[in-house]
Design a protein around this ligand. Structure first.
Ligand code: Z5A
Length: 217
């Protein structure tokens, strides 16, 4: 029995991490064995690469090199963490995944999409997202929220970029959601916490409802 892979995508400060923790708690209470992971990172090998890509240490080697490093980190997380959890029937909640590469390295970084999708296909074999929640928020608001978090550690390599770049990314996430409506649900992340909780719960409940029907058919 394969478990379920739910990914959380969107711009900075959109509330993905907040919602993942809350949803994980709720799903556990409902009896789902749940595993939370993140990208870049998740497995020990991928966490080692996280520092390299987010510190900007690889920036001078070019966007293709960064794209390959993100894919290498994903490959390790998929093999060491995500696939074993799915094979054990767990629900995996992943903070960023393939759409972040398509958006940050592809739409905004300019890396060739054919190259990116080939790497994506190679490293996610058997671990394609079943449901993707796209957290949509005007970049100005996302940066305001994220700035509170940066007070401690400062912005990372990608958070330093300007609002025009952030808007390109917002549009690119929304375009993916439009092109792949069977797996993507857009969450209006500008709403208050209670409202966002409700949107996330509704999307996840609808997904599990459909999955149950499919399993019985
Ligand atoms: N990246 C890439 O380029 N290619 C890839 O393939 C992958 C990633 C996988 C990872 O960043 C970076 O890597 C990311 C893209 C790149 N860079 N950027 N930018 P990360 O993991 O360090 O951080 P992040 O994913 O961008 O998350 P974030 O900035 O921490 O935001 P968040 O998780 O979406 O938000 P949050 O931490 O839950 O909330 C932010 C604040 O807002 C916090 O104070 C909350 O209490 C508050 N909040 C949350 N919800 C609300 C609502 N509804 N109202 C008001 N305030 C709220």
């Amino acid at each position: 029995m394969r478990g379920h892979l739910i990914t959380f995508e969107g711009g900075e400060g959109a509330g993905k991490s907040t919602q993942i923790s809350r949803l994980a708690e709720r799903l556990e209470k409902d009896g789902h064995k749940t595993l939370v992971t993140r990208e870049p990172g998740g497995s020990p090998g991928a966490e080692a690469l996280r520092h390299v890509v987010l510190s900007g240490a690889a920036e001078r080697f070019g966007v293709e090199m960064e794209a390959v490093l993100f894919a290498a980190a994903r490959s390790d997380n998929v093999e060491q963490v995500i696939k074993p959890a799915l094979e054990a029937g767990k629900t995996v909640l992943c903070d960023r995944y393939i759409d972040s590469s398509r958006v940050y390295q592809g739409a905004s970084g300019g890396v060739d999409m054919v190259f990116l999708l080939a790497m994506e296909q190679a490293v996610t074999e058997g671990a394609r997202p079943d449901l993707t929640l796209m957290f949509d928020l005007p970049p100005e608001e996302g940066l305001k929220r994220a700035a509170k978090v940066w007070a401690d550690q400062g912005p990372d390599r990608f958070e330093k970029e300007d609002l025009v770049e952030q808007q390109v990314r917002r549009d690119a996430f929304l375009e993916i959601a439009e092109l792949e409506p069977e797996r993507c649900v857009v969450i209006d992340a500008s709403k208050n916490l209670e409202d966002v909780n409700k949107q996330v719960d509704a999307a996840v409940d609808a997904y599990f409802g459909k999955a149950r029907k499919k399993a019985l058919a």
